[in-house]
Design a protein around this ligand. Structure first.
Ligand code: NAP
Length: 316
């Protein structure tokens, strides 16, 4: 496992990491979480991703309990959470980055995770209704309070990241160091185009999500939607629609041809593609079983070979 700098910070994160969206607290209970976290950790993974909203707080509960039961020292891993949607159905606590919400939400997450601090805290989406100054002040305060060590954004427009960075620098506050965008063979634009000026200006780090486009790029949806898969979940109708879009389907079929030609699985090609981007600090893997996680971590074995045919993947 290679460890890469997280943006313009001194923190190093494993090139592959493990996240909990849809899985922890739903498909994955504490027992399976322990098995997955142990396997990932023993394989060199040191970055574990979470968010307040995942399973409405249960994903944090499950991850916190799993780390506690495993007895892995807090020094050994990097833990994250994210805020925006909220888990309380009342004014000021939903779809916002207002200071009141942020300062209270971090305490809830720390409690559920069973820790005194997270290593990285993200603003999970951009909130145009709250002034950038208020957001930066709140994130800076969280760090000064010792409740987080670094902060970043997720799915923010480059212009807003730029504004937050400039405001933090000119006011001597902690700067955002990392963005968490979707990045995979069907969604490339933000990472490859929109953020380019920020790599130059602020050495923006990236912790990228959905390397398999929710499983699409394994080829599991090439002949319909199997029962028990993510796209079959009734609550994720919007995702099913997205995955079935013609552009996504066509790219998946083309990826299969490259897989058939090279003998490297579609999943390994898809994960390798993300990992080979030098701007990516870590590729956050998702898995609903230990077998999937093992398979996905194996992508590193094929990285050199994937590098040799990277231009074919770039053209998809
Ligand atoms: N910041 C954000 O807004 C944001 C958004 C989304 C995700 N994330 C983070 O990124 C992490 C990864 O995202 P993701 O879960 O969407 O990743 P992904 O790798 O694109 O999808 C993971 C899902 O694909 C299926 N899968 C994975 N490996 C497989 C394999 N080898 N064979 C067959 N199916 C396989 C599983 O679903 P099924 O078995 O259920 O079909 C699994 O849960 C999340 O856990 C979260 O931490 C962040």
């Amino acid at each position: 496992m290679e460890y890469r700098k997280l943006g313009n910070s001194g923190l190093r994160v494993s090139q592959l990491s493990f996240g909990s969206w849809i899985t922890f607290g739903k498909q994955i209970d504490v027992s399976l979480a322990k098995a997955c976290i142990k396997y990932a950790f023993d394989s060199g993974v040191n970055f574990f991703d979470n968010a307040e909203v995942y399973a409405l707080g249960k994903a944090e509960n499950v991850m916190g309990q799993a780390f506690k039961d495993l007895g892995i020292s807090r020094n050994e891993y990097v833990l994250t959470t994210k805020f925006f949607w909220g888990i309380e159905n009342r004014v000021n606590f939903k779809d916002t980055l207002n200071r009141k919400y942020l300062m209270q939400a971090i305490d809830g997450s720390l409690h559920r995770l069973g820790t005194d601090f997270v290593d990285v805290v993200y603003c999970h989406r951009y909130d145009p209704e709250t002034p950038i100054s208020e957001i930066v002040f709140a994130m800076d305060q969280m760090i000064r309070d010792g409740k987080a060590l670094y902060w970043g954004t997720s799915e923010w427009p480059a212009s807003a990241i730029n504004e937050a960075y400039d405001f933090a620098v000119s006011n001597g506050m902690h700067r955002p160091i990392v963005e968490q965008p979707q990045y995979n063979l069907v969604v490339k634009n933000k990472v490859e185009t929109e953020f380019a000026p920020l790599y130059q200006k602020m050495k923006l780090g990236l912790t990228t999500w959905s390397p398999l486009a929710s499983g699409l790029l394994t080829g599991k949806y090439l002949n319909g939607i199997p029962e028990g898969t993510r796209a079959s979940m009734p609550s994720l109708g919007w995702l099913k629609e997205e995955l079935m879009a013609p552009h996504f389907q066509k790219t998946t079929q083309e990826l299969k041809k490259i897989s058939d030609r090279t003998g490297i699985s579609m999943a390994h090609l898809a994960i390798g593609f993300c990992t080979l981007n030098p701007h990516v600090s870590t590729v956050i893997l998702g898995a609903s079983s230990l077998e999937q996680l093992k398979d996905n971590l194996d992508a590193l074995k094929y990285l050199k070979q994937i590098g040799e045919i990277k231009k074919d993947l770039d053209q998809l």
